[in-house]
Ligand binder design. Structure first.
Ligand SMILES: *Cc1c(COP(=O)(O)O)cnc(C)c1O
Length: 227
């Protein structure tokens, strides 16, 4: 087995254990492999080991990789910040975007989504731990933004995403992730049907799964340390 295949197996084991610990089905948590800074060869290796969904932060780097790998049936998720001048690239090349936190960006993505592609799948990024300079909409504004994004014709709202600071321990991490989960439940109680709660990374996926994550985004624990 390659190192990447080996690491993927370890992550699947961690996910399965975390699900068991909180009485969840292992199939209720998806794995997004975060391949930022790694080349197409690393993605090819992960795909050979069964991984199909990949996350990227840097738009131009991602587009180069996506274009080089169109022969493989991969699903690409944009998980990095999006400037207005990059929305067309995102709308053209990605299947999912996790980092929508402004209506203006969502409108541009909808207008620029090519007609021959299915709607772009969207998560609203929420600033759950409250840093004033962090990206993500304030929790109190998430419902209003989700509703507005849901009216855009070429986008489909699927859920919420958050990137809290790494907490000192499991319990502290759960406290922050639980806020995202509560918001997710609150939005669904208004009649929306979100099915995706994108949270948890290499260091804190157990706490995220205990708190209701449906999609963990794992980079370094699969591909190794980034330079
Ligand atoms: C880089 C990144 C990840 C993966 O982080 P690791 O700690 O390497 O698992 C997940 N989500 C986002 C938004 C990232 O930028």
């Amino acid at each position: 087995m390659t190192m990447i295949a080996d690491n993927l197996q370890r992550i699947h084991d961690r996910i399965a254990q975390a699900c068991q610990a909180s009485d969840r089905l292992p199939t209720s948590v998806g794995l997004l492999a975060v391949s930022k800074t790694f080349g197409p060869d690393a993605v090819v290796q992960a795909h050979a080991a069964g991984q199909t969904a990949f996350g990227e932060n840097y738009i131009q780097e991602a587009v180069d990789k996506i274009t080089a790998l169109t022969h493989l049936p991969l699903q690409w998720h944009c998980i990095g910040p999006i400037q207005s001048n990059k929305t067309r690239l995102v709308a053209t090349h990605f299947d999912w975007v996790h980092t929508v936190d402004r209506l203006k960006i969502a409108q541009r993505l909808s207008e620029q989504r090519p007609a021959h592609l299915p709607p772009l799948q969207v998560c609203i990024q929420v600033n759950v731990d409250g840093g004033p300079t962090k990206s993500g909409v304030a929790p109190a504004e998430a419902l209003a933004l989700a509703r507005e994004v849901a009216t855009l014709p070429r986008l489909q709202v699927r859920g919420l995403m958050c990137i809290p600071e790494i907490a000192p321990d499991f319990v502290a991490a759960c406290v922050v992730f639980a806020r995202a989960r509560a918001l997710f439940d609150q939005i669904n109680s208004t009649g929306m049907t979100l099915d995706t709660l994108s949270m948890g990374m290499s260091a804190d996926l157990e706490a995220a799964i205990a708190s209701g994550s449906t999609l963990v985004r794992v980079g370094s624990a699969i591909f190794g340390e980034r330079r």
